[in-house]
Design a protein. Structure first.
Length: 253
């Protein structure tokens, strides 16, 4: 069987036996892929391929149809992203991002998902410290969007009318978007005004503000939306990210 080579991001690694590891990648050619890396824990550190979580590279593996676990031949790392491990909030944002991919991705190609994953991790590693909360939320929102679950921020998700510039509505999680003030009277979701709608739109577009307000309130909207539309069980790393976000302050939405 000829090996397959594909661009891949390492999402998770588990030791297996005394010498091997089970690695889970998101790949360009095969989507979510699990491989057995035999003997990697006994190799000399000199010249050994880097198998670091969040790393990007070229994965070469023997793929067997109708199998859940395949055999890795090699991983040629091209970007380590070791800076994500030097800051707990950056690490939490990266962990939440990859856990969402692990929870919902399948073995199908999704170029938008791979792009959102790599760009989100790159931004989290390189951005200024003050912008890390926004970068973390943006990365998770973009993964959610790549799965096909973008929120409808305007027009009203209930009646279809456009929202006025200064209108305050409510987020309707069941319908997947914002209700206008008139339709929000019998809705139970959180109130959301034009500033917050604009901030969510910017997060989806990776347009990160220098001063991002109400990170925890935004996290509440994001985590509820993800729980309702993408995954049914709570994500541990997403909850951990929420605990690390700074207290809300600044101008109201």
């Amino acid at each position: 069987m000829a090996p397959l080579s594909t661009s891949a991001v390492l999402l998770r690694s588990h030791d297996y036996g005394d010498t091997s590891r089970i690695l889970r990648f998101y790949t360009e050619a095969q989507g979510l892929l699990s491989v057995m890396a035999r003997g990697v824990r006994t190799r000399s550190a000199k010249g050994t391929t880097a198998l670091t979580t969040f790393a990007t590279g070229t994965l070469t593996a023997y793929i067997k149809p109708h199998r859940d676990l395949h055999t890795m031949k090699d991983f040629d790392c091209t970007r380590m992203r070791d800076g994500l491990g030097l800051d707990v909030l950056r690490f939490a944002g990266a962990s939440a991002t990859v856990e969402l991919v692990l929870a919902h991705a399948d073995q199908e190609q999704n170029p938008d998902l791979l792009r959102a994953l790599e760009e989100g991790l790159d931004t989290l590693e390189s951005i200024e410290t003050a912008q890390v909360p926004a970068a973390a939320l943006s990365a998770v929102w973009r993964i959610t969007e790549a799965f096909g679950f973008a929120p409808q921020l305007d027009p009203c998700v209930h009646c279809g009318d456009p929202l006025a510039d200064h209108e305050v509505g409510r987020f309707d999680f069941a319908s997947g978007g914002v209700r206008c003030a008139r339709c929000a009277e019998d809705a139970a979701g959180p109130r959301i005004g034009p500033i917050a709608r604009g901030q969510i739109s910017n997060l989806l577009a990776s347009e990160l503000e220098a001063e991002f307000t109400y990170a925890r309130r935004h996290f509440g909207v994001l985590s509820d939306f993800v729980a309702y539309h993408v995954v049914s069980k709570p994500l541990k790393s997403l909850r951990f990210l929420g605990e690390l976000l700074p207290p809300d302050e600044g101008v109201g939405a």
